[in-house]
Write a protein of this length. Structure first.
Length: 125
């Protein structure tokens, strides 16, 4: 059981590292490390496949929310090839968290993300 738990936590750590990477070349490498080549990302604002498109979505989020970072909320829960977790977007200046969500990821046999289904629980007005 511990090996599976580690697998989910490693995948989520890589996922959040990608979301917290700002420099474009480093971001592309972080996305490639976290997702399969044909991996997807879907939330209420985006539905994309492939490393380039996922990198573009993350870069756009950084443009919209400069000086913010994504942080895991609580534990990662998973079974089989699927894991779920909560996160929030924190302002580095004051620690406020205007955005929070819940994501479900599906992993391949190597622990890379095949798909993300994201839900936004809290967004700015």
């Amino acid at each position: 059981m511990s090996a599976n738990t580690d697998r989910y936590e490693i995948a989520v750590t890589r996922y959040l590292e990608a979301w917290n990477t700002r420099e474009r070349n480093t971001l592309a490498k972080a996305v490639a490390a976290a997702w399969t080549a044909d991996g997807g990302y879907t939330d209420p604002l985006a539905d994309v496949r492939g490393h380039d498109a996922i990198t573009a979505v993350i870069a756009a989020a950084h443009e919209q929310f400069p000086d913010f970072a994504f942080r895991l909320l609580g534990a990662v829960d998973g079974h089989h090839d699927t894991a779920r977790f909560r996160w929030e977007l924190i302002a580095e200046a004051d620690g406020s968290a205007p955005v929070a969500g819940f994501d479900v990821i599906v992993l391949d046999a190597e622990g890379r993300i095949r798909s993300v289904h994201g839900f936004l629980d809290r967004v700015p007005a």
